[in-house]
Design a protein around this ligand. Structure first.
Ligand code: FEO
Length: 394
């Protein structure tokens, strides 16, 4: 329960959640952390907090540095309850603390808690708060990933407390990117980006430009989940790349199957894609975590999705995945639907509808009755090969 000083007078006082595996349907196979930071100066500021069940742990860490009742400011960068769940209880300890948040943050907090008698200070981009030797500057991060989101920048330390942005879901005793390895940190950040921030690529590009135009030097980024970036350029570059949806030489084949007919098509398509010299990953929707699949989709040039038809419509696990994918709005993809049916089709039409909604470049689907013949499997292979060729040309 020890705090960790990450910059002079700035401490990590968060909690490590080793057990959580399901973050509202996002598979987090290595758990997560809830990072809260305590800034001790002439005034004391707590930046973000933890999930309610870890509140005692956070308060204990704070107590090793200062008396928690002495906290002057509680900065709520984001209202989602993995960070603010314990807010009412913290405020019971730090009775005189002023809550600092965006206008939408105040609205959200008021919807979650009885805030009667709470002292708020609403901030917007560029507003500053002097707490002694340190100056905190606030930066609205609207829709990254909630309307209320903001970041707090500590000017003297060139430190960006970015909340959810640049986070990763990984529970570890290590607190810094270099300690778990930068590549591992980037891999974890990519999973997180693909499943939380993917829909906001345009906003992210704009925000990165805005931060650049503000001319604020950033030496360290401390997010609210996962490890702290001592190498901020690496994660900033990665975000810029991911936000562009620049496709790599890669395709993803995703399917579910009842009697293995759709599976046979999936394998033939995957083989065809690979024969064109394009990397391919094959996923079964009831065996592979959707969050892993979405991570591969992020930078894939092509996506083939297959489903059997059941009761004249799409197989439910595939329907569920399409909804998940639709919400995350991948872009710049070639899409191919495939599947088998017995007496009336339906699944392929549903898949194509989603591709069209997402403005994918839709190619001719592969649909077979009952079981694919050798000739039909050959056709699936050729369709995969053609998709591979198109990915290479894109
Ligand atoms: Fe980590 Fe949007 O909460």
């Amino acid at each position: 329960m020890n705090p960790l000083e990450i910059r002079e007078g700035i401490y990590w006082v968060g909690a490590i959640d080793w057990e959580e595996r399901d973050f509202h349907d996002f598979n987090i196979d290595r758990g997560t952390t809830y990072n809260a930071y305590l800034i001790v100066d002439e005034k004391i500021a707590l930046v973000d907090a933890v999930k309610h069940k870890f509140l005692g742990e956070m308060v204990e860490r704070i107590r090793k540095i200062v008396d928690p009742s002495q906290i002057d400011y509680i900065i709520v960068n984001h209202v989602e309850t993995d960070h603010s769940g314990g807010l009412a209880d913290i405020r019971r300890v730090a009775k005189d603390a002023t809550i600092i948040c965006t206008k939408r943050g105040m609205d959200g907090i008021s919807k979650h808690f009885d805030t009667e008698g709470w002292d708020f200070r609403v901030v917007k981009t560029g507003d500053e708060l002097n707490i002694g030797k340190k100056t905190l500057m606030f930066l609205e991060m609207t829709m990254l990933h909630w309307p209320d989101s903001m970041a707090t920048y500590v000017k003297e330390d060139k430190l960006l407390l970015s909340n959810d942005a640049f986070g990763q879901h990984i529970a570890s005793e290590e607190r810094f990117d270099e300690e778990i390895g930068i590549e591992e940190a980037l891999n974890r950040a990519k999973i997180y980006y693909a499943n939380i921030l993917m829909p906001f690529g345009n906003l992210i590009q704009k925000k990165l430009k805005e931060v650049e135009s503000l001319g604020i030097p950033i030496e360290m980024i401390a997010p609210s989940h996962g490890v702290i970036w001592k190498n901020p350029k690496r994660i900033l570059q990665a975000y810029s790349r991911w936000a562009e949806f620049k496709p790599e030489n890669k395709a993803v084949v995703i399917y579910d199957t009842m009697w293995k007919s759709t599976e046979k098509l999936a394998r033939a398509i995957a083989e065809g894609i690979a024969s064109a010299g394009v990397n391919v990953r094959l996923f079964h929707l009831r065996k592979d975590p959707w969050s892993t699949i979405m991570t591969e989709i992020l930078d894939a040039g092509g996506i083939a999705i297959g489903s059997p038809t059941v009761h004249n419509t799409i197989f439910p696990p595939v329907a569920g995945f399409l909804i998940y994918m639709r919400g995350l709005k991948p872009r710049n993809k070639i899409g191919m639907a495939f599947g088998s049916y017995g007496w009336g089709g339906g699944a392929v039409k549903e898949i194509n509808r989603t591709f069209e909604e997402l403005k994918f470049d839709v190619v001719e689907p592969i649909e077979v009755r009952f079981r694919p013949t050798g000739e039909e499997l050959e056709r699936a292979f050729e369709a995969g090969k053609e998709m591979g060729e198109r990915i290479k040309r894109a």
